[in-house]
Design a protein around this ligand. Sequence first.
Ligand SMILES: Nc1ncnc2c1ncn2[C@@H]1O[C@H](COP(=O)(O)OP(=O)(O)OP(=O)(O)O)[C@@H](O)[C@H]1O
Length: 255
Amino acid sequence: MAFLSVKNLNKKFSKEGVKPLTALDSINLDIEKEEFISLVGPSGCGKTTLLRIIAGLEEPTSGEILLEGNKIQGPDPERGMVFQEYSLFPWLNIIDNIAFGPEMKGIGKEERRERAAEYIDIVNLEGFENSYPHELSGGMRQRVAIARALANAPKLLLMDEPFGALDAQTRNRMQHELLDIHEKTRKTVIFVTHSVDEAVFLSDRVVILGTRPGRIREIVEIDLPEGKKRERTDPEFIRLRKYILSQISDNPQEH
Ligand SMILES: Nc1ncnc2c1ncn2[C@@H]1O[C@H](COP(=O)(O)OP(=O)(O)OP(=O)(O)O)[C@@H](O)[C@H]1O
């Protein structure tokens, strides 16, 4: 049994008087525990819709998703979501932002602060515990958002274009940090991105969603050295990146 199993998933958006739009068509996908999976494809191919259905924020029209054999129904902190806009609480300092989920679960102050401190350490934000979100850079805020999702002890981390709003240099640094976080926590990650370069750099497998909207076109294994040893200049990296780009026929917005 796969850790996460997407079975025959279909999603149609219907509005009165308008022809229904098929956003996802017969999606089947098995994901193993600890895997890092990216979803790529042209704009409108259904990446965000698939992620939102896995998050439980959207209902499929038919089909189902099983997490460790249990059908997903509605949102749950066991599936932590990180968005492009950091959605931090501006009135809470960093440690309380991170401890928010555990607080909602009724975990006592000391324990949740301990847990938050552990994740502050993992995302390298020691010393910023008492700062407020507006006092941090974009990359740092995104690290808080990742720590906040992790503090709920999720089984799955769902990331929707999390580095899309960052400048190129910060984005590059965040990619290295995310690999590092993945190595430390071994969380299963599903990562939506427009950037094929980013997907190849981060992932164990890249799922290409089709030019025919909403279908899986191909799943590409990224057989590169683990962790920080990944090099963009590696000929295999360049070959995989070119190959995936050639499979995305619409213009990807960046690469
Ligand atoms: N709430 C909605 N109501 C109607 N149509 C929707 C809704 N959400 C998404 N769609 C449509 O479903 C299709 C898939 O959208 P989705 O946002 O999942 O694509 P995407 O691959 O994430 O796109 P992008 O790369 O531009 O973010 C698009 O045609 C979109 O217009």
